[in-house]
Design a protein around this ligand. Structure first.
Ligand SMILES: Cc1ncc(C[n+]2csc(CCOP(=O)(O)OP(=O)(O)O)c2C)c(N)n1
Ligand SMILES: [Mg+2]
Length: 310
């Protein structure tokens, strides 16, 4: 993988002082294509690890993975896998903790732990628990899984950065069903009130939750308008368009005096047609029998045409 890690040395340790701190996110088509290739490979890893575990949430992970690739491989996050507790690192909090396979895929991609460990997902004794455990796995910023808490935790990090005089940024990803939780809206109000401009919320808006499609459980539309009414700088973006995501993340970073929300329109199960077509795949891995079909859909197109990967 040729994407460089954004280390403290490269970043200069301060946001905003260099255009390239955390990445100059002009969506260079070649770079975007490289990131799309990474995302496709990580989708295969997500399907493989959950099918092997016969447990977990592949569809929730597939909707989120392009966003994670943009953050971790697109030069957005200032982080150093060799120093996961570096105090000035940017934070990413996966509030929808059930999408842990996506987090594990991206953390291993960036070198927080070996790829082989993905095969231990949900095994007794493995730090790759069903939901992320910050006490057991470096790179996990918050133990999540009980929905609704991640934005409050992220807000706490943002406040701490302000108190400590550190310029790190905090990114939080919630699910759209998770937005039903009242605690999220408390954090939204508080973040705006305290003008927490180092905080970015990304909503994985895949229009489905556990028990049904979103609007049949609790129809809170229009989401972006509500976030704007809560005084968040808000953009809507195609959550599978990595170039568009990088642009939205770059613009969010430039906002002063207000927290920012990116409503990322996504498809639950993105990449595997029979998972995309069936919301009951929530918390249901692809069976061993269906695995070849899924992997066929996720294969590298350049490999199928006999070309070598660039
Ligand atoms: C407080 C809480 N209530 C219920 C659950 C059970 N649960 C796990 S995932 C999920 C659906 C989440 O939907 P969404 O936030 O849209 O995430 P998606 O899987 O669609 O990305 C629910 C209700 C939970 N983990 N935490
Ligand atoms: Mg959802």
């Amino acid at each position: 993988m040729s994407v460089a890690v954004t280390t403290p040395a490269q970043s200069g340790g301060a946001h905003g002082t260099q255009g390239a701190v955390g990445g100059g996110q002009t969506a260079d088509p070649a770079k975007v294509q490289e990131l799309e290739g990474i995302a496709r490979r990580l989708r295969r890893e997500i399907i493989e690890m959950t099918t092997r575990a016969a447990s977990g949430h592949p569809s929730s992970s597939m909707s989120a993975i392009d966003i994670l690739v943009a953050l971790y491989c697109g030069g957005v996050l200032r982080h150093d896998p060799q120093r996961p507790h570096w105090e000035a690192r940017d934070r990413f909090i996966l509030s929808k903790g059930h999408a842990s396979p996506a987090l594990y895929a991206i953390l291993s991609e960036r070198g927080y732990f070996p790829k082989e460990d993905l095969a231990t997902l949900r095994r007794i004794g493995s730090p790759l628990e069903g939901h992320p455990n910050m006490r057991r796995l470096a790179g996990v910023e918050a133990s999540t899984g009980s929905l609704g808490q991640g934005l409050s935790i992220g807000l706490g990090h943002a406040f701490a950065g302000r108190v400590d005089g550190l310029d790190f940024r905090t990114y939080v990803m919630t699910g759209d069903g998770e937005m039903d939780e009242g605690q999220v809206w408390e954090a939204l109000m508080a973040a705006a009130h305290f003008r927490t401009d180092s905080l970015t919320l990304i909503v994985d808006h895949n229009k489905a939750q556990q028990s049904n499609v979103l609007e049949r459980v609790l129809d809170y539309r229009p989401l972006a308008d509500k976030l704007r009414a809560f005084q968040w700088h808000t953009e809507e973006v195609d959550g599978h368009d990595i170039g568009a995501l990088l642009g939205a993340l770059e613009r969010a970073r430039a906002v002063k005096g207000r927290p920012q929300a990116i409503v990322a329109h996504t498809v639950k199960g993105k990449g595997v047609s029979f998972v995309e077509a069936d919301w009951t795949y929530h918390g249901r891995p692809v069976t061993k029998e269906d695995l070849p079909r899924a992997m066929e859909e996720l294969k590298d197109p350049s490999a199928s045409s006999g070309q070598t990967k660039g």
